[in-house]
Design a protein around this ligand. Structure first.
Ligand SMILES: [Zn+2]
Ligand SMILES: [Zn+2]
Length: 161
């Protein structure tokens, strides 16, 4: 792992086209939304980061404006429609560590990332990492071998709320 990632900057339209071609090919790819100062980008701007895993390439659309609404359709494209939970969906409880991170986020203390086993930003390759970048406590991690579904649902709801 090397953070920040080496990112090829592209337009939003080019990022959408790249996500569509990955989805159409059934290739492996995933997204991160990143706020200013994020470990993944090391950038003062916001970004949507697209890892094209099969190409071993990382693309990013950078902007000063909030970016989540523009990331959401790409998340649906790459991660599936159920990757963005409905607001009224009942959630299983997250683990204690991730619940604590969620409280920190709701207090405005930082932001989340879900890092899958092939994610280039994952400090624990081959495993799942829920990363919370806390402005006061530093980088907090919850690591698991299996996909931590309840934790992911909670984090996705917070990211796309
Ligand atoms: Zn970050
Ligand atoms: Zn990643």
């Amino acid at each position: 792992m090397k953070r920040p990632l080496t990112i090829t900057e592209v337009s939003y339209e080019a990022l959408v086209a790249k996500a569509q071609s990955i989805a159409a090919a059934g290739a492996c790819g995933h997204l991160h939304t990143t706020p200013p100062g994020c470990l993944i980008t090391g950038s003062p701007r916001r970004a949507i980061v697209l890892e094209a895993t099969d190409e071993e390439a990382v693309f990013g659309f950078f902007d000063g404006q909030p970016i989540e609404a523009r990331a959401k359709p790409l998340a649906v494209l790459l991660h599936g429609a159920d990757s963005v939970p409905d607001d009224d969906e009942e959630l299983q409880p997250a683990c204690a560590a991730v619940s604590h991170m969620a409280e920190r986020m709701q207090a405005g203390k930082g932001h989340f990332h879900i890092l899958n086993p092939v994610c280039l930003a994952n400090p624990n390759p081959g495993r799942w990492t829920i990363l919370f970048e806390d402005a006061e406590l530093g980088a907090l991690e919850s690591v698991s071998d299996e996909r931590p579904l309840a934790d992911i649902r909670l984090v996705e709801r917070l990211i796309y709320a």
